[in-house]
Design a binder for this molecule. Structure first.
Ligand code: ATR
Length: 291
């Protein structure tokens, strides 16, 4: 990679970014495209976010990713927020336009939709059970509604969050397509049997919590598809058990890569090399490869 005084900077602003895979994924893409661009991680404290954002704009950054804990706070610093990001209530991508505007987007939903599409999983007309009602769930659920899911059932430990998300989606897409239920084994069992697709958006099963499964004790049938957005480890306990039951599975690394693909489409107006981005990420996530 050549770095000189024409190099265009990109980066991720977050609380802690040391473990982010975004620099790896975007730099692999820039290199493969032969672009003179570099993507770096920036740890930004909340009280410095505004200064950092306008500083990046002043320095001619090409664009930014925004991660925890800044995804909601950055919205009011944008000149415009894309309608999808507005609905989700979070921005994960910043575009600096040539005419000096800061525009916020959320690419998580598109990442989910493309990950499922690439694996041949239909959303339209399907019944989906979503585990979790946090930030990631919001991106997932709004996209499912947009793509025409027949019914979305949200299971969450904290009832208020499930209720809020259900109400927000209901307002935008109609109350009959979305419902919530408490996150209890017997409720999960009943819904699992009635669902075509199950999506885990909770952090249960994520490293170092690898021996946990959000659907512990739930029997899965072989005609369901299970998508776990947890990508570390790539094959979570939930996916291993779903596979053992004969179900189709979709890994979370696909969502991470496709949301990054969408970011580069916004920043650069090109179709980035998704295969290269996926390879470099899978290599980094292979146990023993210390990245
Ligand atoms: P993210 O942005 O990754 O979605 P988040 O907003 O903190 O992060 O949401 C995490 C989700 O995982 C929530 O749905 C959370 O449930 P609560 O709303 O009840 O907190 C869920 N979650 C995390 N750990 C959990 C656990 N041990 N049991 C059940 N749900 C859990």
């Amino acid at each position: 990679m050549k770095i000189d005084n024409r190099t265009i900077l990109y980066g991720v602003f977050g609380g802690t970014v040391e473990h982010s895979l975004s620099p790896l994924i975007h730099n692999a893409s820039f290199e493969s495209l032969g672009f003179n661009c570099v993507y770096l991680g920036f740890g930004v404290p909340p009280e410095k976010l505004r200064q950092a954002l306008f500083g990046a704009q002043a320095l001619g950054f090409g664009g930014l990713s925004i991660t925890i804990p800044h995804k909601a706070a950055v919205m009011e610093m944008c000149d415009e927020v894309d309608p999808a990001a507005k609905m989700i209530g979070a921005v994960n991508t910043i575009e600096f336009t040539a005419d000096g505007k800061i525009i916020g987007y959320n690419t998580d939903g598109i990442g989910v939709a493309r990950a499922l599409k690439e694996c041949g999983v239909m959303i339209k007309g399907r019944k989906v059970m979503v585990l979790g009602a946090g930030g990631a769930a919001r991106g997932v659920v709004f996209q499912l509604a947009k793509e025409g899911a027949k019914k979305i059932t949200i299971l969450n430990r904290t009832i208020a969050r499930a209720e809020n998300l259900t109400a927000d989606v209901g307002r935008a897409f109609g109350n009959d397509i979305v419902e919530w239920a408490p996150f209890k084994p017997e409720v999960a069992q009943k819904n699992a049997q009635e669902s075509d697709l199950i999506i885990n958006t909770t952090s249960i099963g994520m490293y170092p919590d690898v021996d946990r499964n959000p659907l512990e004790g739930v029997t899965l049938s072989d005609d369901v598809t299970v998508f776990d957005i947890v990508y570390n480890p790539m094959r979570t306990k939930l996916l291993n058990e779903a596979e053992r039951a004969g179900a189709d599975t979709v890994t979370g690394d696909l969502m991470l890569v496709y949301q990054a693909v969408e970011q580069e489409r916004i920043w650069l107006g090109i179709e980035p090399p998704a295969g290269t981005m996926l390879d470099v990420m899978r290599n980094a996530l292979t146990p023993g490869n210390n990245t």
